[in-house]
Design a protein around this ligand. Structure first.
Ligand code: GLU
Length: 490
């Protein structure tokens, strides 16, 4: 019988999880979902010096935002609780004792000064850094005695002959020469385990079938395999995900998009667009489909379609996907989002609560033009003021091809045509007909003069569709804004 699929996301609470880290969570989640398995969250808080307050909450919030629901975790509990490593120390300490007793690990008393000095000597001699085995030969009884009064760590004794090979589910067979591996610390002097010991033990105890993690851990795999062998643990399937690079093909940096996942939420990316985008960082459905909604991803995901070469983080693709997902939202959901972002982002001098019926009417117009949700308020603002938003009068001239006379003609003609419409004629069709009619009067194509009208009405040469906007503004305000624009050119 094959094992049930159980995957985990094992973040260290050292700050807000970044986008590459969340991609790892997403792939682990998808593998569990695609196989009716379980996905769990385990908090790896064994490096006490690097803990950041509030980080666990931010990690869980990032997952919740992306709707990556977990089945077991620090907040939910589960059959393998606790899910925080700092609450499981005795398990790692017991394992370390077993390793000591079996002679697979030894106590090391080297001071940090000695280790620094060793590293410096190795660097000077152009040798790879690594522990030199200094304490390997301390007899165990002497070591136990010394450990009562001297600080010590438990170091794992790596084999120094032969090679360690394993089958990575993404990369195929990977081999490491054992002679190049050094004895690593499994348990620190403060009684906390290192990542190596804690992660492999918990993956075993939590019955993880597939360890999906970032490529930066690939070089640690031989440590983990030997450690598992020493502890009599059957290895899970390992899949090391490709690194994420920026469009410059270098490691992702803050500038190229490596920021906290929640920053993307705050900038107005939709969770489904983000999941779709992250899914394509290393995986593809069929080499051509770009729109892959989360539920499809969670059904179709297979490790076999993850490639080992670096994935490129292309913000343009994310922007494109976000626009697509925005346009795919149903009207009620979109209206809710429009109201929420306007309440949040419109300036404080606009009275709250906002006129929701106006926003509901504007919502379909906004839907066509918005790429990110943080653009909504900027595009809707002009609907909430009496005059257009502040603009430089020279913009009217600039949009009229740089000719003041043309700008004046455009505004005069528009005023005349629109003033002709009575209150009862102020609807989309008649407003549009009046403005299109200006093409003949002005002997100019619509696109040559429409942005002058945009500036006059909104304060910006672009915005949501003009004809509908004028209907929303109403006759009085629309005409007033043209008058103001016209006066500013005197
Ligand atoms: N705590 C490790 C990290 O945050 C987990 C790596 C793993 O998935 O095993 O990078």
């Amino acid at each position: 019988m094959t094992r049930p699929v159980r995957t985990r996301y094992a973040p260290s609470p050292t700050g807000d999880p970044h986008i590459g880290n969340i991609r790892t969570a997403l792939f682990a989640w998808a593998l569990a979902r695609a196989n009716n398995g379980s996905f769990l969250v385990r908090i790896e808080d064994t490096d006490q010096k690097r803990l950041v307050d509030n980080s666990v909450e931010r990690i869980l919030e990032s997952l919740r935002w992306l709707k990556l629901h977990w089945d077991e975790g620090p907040d939910l509990g589960g059959p393998h609780a606790p899910y925080r490593q700092s609450e499981r120390l005795h398990l790692y300490q017991d394992a370390a004792t077993r390793l000591l007793e079996a002679g697979r690990a030894y106590r090391c008393f080297c001071t940090s000064e000695r280790l620094d000095d060793l590293r410096a000597r190795q660097a000077a001699a152009k040798q790879p850094p690594g522990y030199d085995g200094h304490c390997r030969s301390v007899p165990p009884e002497e070591a136990s005695k010394r450990a009562e009064s001297e600080p010590s760590v438990v170091r794992f004794r790596m084999s120094d002959v032969g090679a360690t090979t394993f089958d990575d589910a993404i990369r195929g067979a990977v081999t490491f020469e054992n002679a190049l591996q050094d004895d690593f610390v499994a348990l620190k002097s403060d009684g906390y385990p290192t990542y190596h010991l804690a992660a492999i033990l918990d993956d075993h105890l939590m019955e993880i079938s597939h360890v999906i993690r970032g490529e930066e851990w690939l070089s640690s795999a031989p440590k983990h395999l030997q450690l598992m062998e020493a502890l009599g643990i059957e290895p899970p399937v390992y899949a090391h995900l490709p690194v994420v690079h920026g469009p410059d093909h270098k490691k992702l940096s803050k500038r190229t998009g490596d920021t906290a996942a929640l920053e993307y939420r705050d900038k107005g990316y939709l969770p489904d667009a983000m999941v779709n985008f992250l899914a394509l960082l290393g995986w593809s459905l069929d080499d051509k489909t770009t729109i892959i909604p989360p539920d499809v991803f969670a059904t179709e995901f297979t490790i076999e379609r993850v490639v080992p070469n670096p994935a490129i983080f292309d913000i343009e693709r994310l922007n494109y996907l976000n626009g697509q997902y925005i346009r795919g939202l149903d009207d009620a959901e979109w209206e809710r989002i429009v109201i929420e972002w306007c309440e949040k982002d419109l300036p404080a001098d606009i009275a709250r609560p906002l006129d929701e019926s106006l926003l509901r009417q504007a919502a379909p117009l906004l839907k066509e033009r918005v790429g990110r949700l943080d653009e909504i308020a900027g595009l809707a603002h002009f609907l909430f003021t009496y005059e257009a938003l502040p603009y430089d009068a020279s913009l009217l001239v600039e949009r009229a091809g740089g000719d003041q006379g043309t700008a004046v003609r455009i505004l005069d003609a528009a005023l005349l045509a629109l003033d002709d419409l009575g209150d009862d004629q102020w609807d989309r069709d008649q407003v549009e007909a009046a403005i299109r009619g200006l093409q003949d009067t002005l002997e100019l194509k619509l696109r040559k003069f429409i942005s002058v009208l945009y500036v006059a009405e909104m304060g910006s040469p672009q915005g949501i569709p003009l004809f509908d906007s004028l209907v929303l503004l109403g006759r009085e305000r629309s005409i007033q804004r043209l008058r103001t624009a016209r006066q500013r050119l005197d």
